[in-house]
Design a protein around this ligand. Structure first.
Ligand SMILES: *[C@@H]1O[C@H](CO)[C@@H](O)[C@H](O)[C@H]1NC(C)=O
Length: 325
């Protein structure tokens, strides 16, 4: 158009004011048209409504048959609600065995949690010497690998207490876990990339009785991922991309409550201070009434419960005297 303008200038000396004005009008019309088109696109997007399915999920499992089913149900609800409170941009999923009471399933759904119902996986290690029947159904955790509609899943035990949003974990690789014990990683929180191949292979390894030192999920996974200790430490890439491969997670994602009690706070400068866990004896769980006067984290847990669930849960739920309320 430069040469056309030159031509116009030569043909109409002194007429530049009008031409420039015309050009401005054209530019203005073009800008307006673009803006309208963009607004139209927004409208049609809004008309389509729902955002696409989420690619990430926080998941926990729930099963029946322990003396503490109700406690774990409450703990799972508190944890799932606290994740929503921290603005987790991910689905929240509970992998529930088929015998979880329908009213509990409904309560989870009312909280916006997706419930995936599964058959209990048979535990082939029941006859093992050191077997603790408390952990018999923890192998249901392996179902996390079957959640293949997600790119990444953060699998959780229900005794985690989140202190902040941890969505950066979805950038981690195919399997990522924390070493609380210097030699054995902990399976109370881990990141995985769901895969039907891996899931089927794990079932096969169960069927052939792969070595499993504790007969529970932790022993099985430690045996399945034997070289995690030699893997690099996870640092979420600043550009938001996802990593491949396996990584160790910083301890700040599984801060052992008993370490926390040494100083009554947890502040390590070399990593996140995101999730407190309670892996010690069952009587240390934060939801027991005695935990709050003795152990301040119990107070934090009860505060999260009060904020997230209120004190009335179900009038119909059977009362459990070991809970504070
Ligand atoms: C994102 O950052 C990582 C390093 O942290 C780099 O390897 C990768 O190429 C980057 N990807 C993009 C798409 O910029």
């Amino acid at each position: 158009t430069g040469s056309q303008l030159d031509l116009a200038r030569r043909r109409f000396p002194g007429g530049m004011g009008r031409l420039a004005g015309l050009r401005w009008l054209l530019v203005l019309a073009w800008v307006t048209a673009q803006a309208l088109a963009a607004a139209g696109a927004e409208d049609s997007k809004a008309a389509v409504g729902e955002p696409g399915p989420r690619r990430h999920a926080y998941a926990a499992m729930m099963y029946m048959g322990t003396p503490r089913d109700y406690e774990f149900y409450v703990a799972t609800r508190v944890m799932m609600r606290s994740l929503r409170g921290f603005g987790a941009d991910a689905d929240r999923v509970v992998i529930a065995s088929l015998d979880v009471p329908p009213r509990w399933v409904q309560a989870l759904k009312d909280d916006g949690v997706k419930v995936v119902s599964v058959d209990n996986l048979k535990n082939p290690y029941e006859k093992q010497d050191n077997f603790n029947s408390r952990f018999k159904l923890t192998l249901n955790k392996l179902y996390a690998w079957s959640l293949v509609s997600y790119d990444r899943v953060v699998m959780l035990d229900s005794d985690n207490m989140f202190l902040q949003n941890t969505d950066e974990l979805f950038q981690c690789g195919h399997f990522c876990a924390v070493f609380i014990n210097p030699c054995i990683f902990h399976t109370g929180l881990f990141v995985l990339k769901p895969s039907m191949d891996v899931f089927k292979n794990m079932l096969h390894e169960l069927a052939v009785g792969r070595e499993n030192p504790d007969g529970a999920d932790q022993g099985f996974l430690a045996s399945y991922f034997p070289d995690l200790l030699d893997q690099p430490m996870f640092h979420p890439p600043a550009n938001g991309t996802k990593l491949d491969g396996n990584y160790r997670l910083p301890l700040g994602y599984q801060m052992d409550a008993s370490y926390y009690y040494l100083k009554l706070r947890w502040s390590i400068p070399c990593g996140p201070n995101s999730v407190v866990t309670f892996p010690s004896a069952p009587w240390m769980k934060p939801w027991y009434w005695w935990s709050w006067p003795v152990l301040p984290l119990g107070l934090s847990w009860h505060e999260q419960r009060r904020e997230n669930l209120g004190i009335k849960i179900h009038k119909t739920a059977h009362y459990d005297a070991s809970l504070i309320f």
